[in-house]
Design a protein around this ligand. Sequence first.
Ligand code: ZN
Length: 199
Amino acid sequence: MPKRRRKHQSTSTSDVVGEDDVLLRATAPLQLCYYGNPVLRKRAKPVAEITEAERQLADQMLETLYATGNGIGLAATQVGILKRLIIIDIGEDDDETYEPLVLFNPEILNVEGEVVVEEACLSIPSVTAEVRRPEKVVVDGIDIQGEPVRIEADGLLARVLQHEIDHLNGVLFIDRISGLKRQLLKDELLWIQQAERPS
Ligand code: ZN
């Protein structure tokens, strides 16, 4: 999910040293998949074990996110990899600074409240819409070390978690707005869809 202007600092792999560092920095950002690409409609598979390959994918996804300049979250589905992995870096929200978050097999356990917030998506450039979602969420998952984690989130983090978990189920934010509103976005969506098609 993009749409938050933040000062870009490429620090995603700064804590990685040695050979891995060279390897990770040598990899370019991954190719984003755009609306119209059928992969965005597929359900991603759970990750059975967090291996070095998974950790590297998470790092590459963070790098890809930072390369967008305004992205705050990315699901593996959006880079064409059907693994249940999301990465989030919202930077600051409500005067709090958040660390980058890497979450495998995220599961929403509990939701509370309801709030309407404008959303956007790196896979659907230039399209925004107000989306109604629960205000707070409790999410279980596995962190980059392979340890189980539970996240209780509200505000922007709760929003991004839900948006990215949707991606793992083949759901886009535009599926959560009314048909009438989607109709208004028809031309933009068609344009992205046609641009995505190989010529
Ligand atoms: Zn998205």
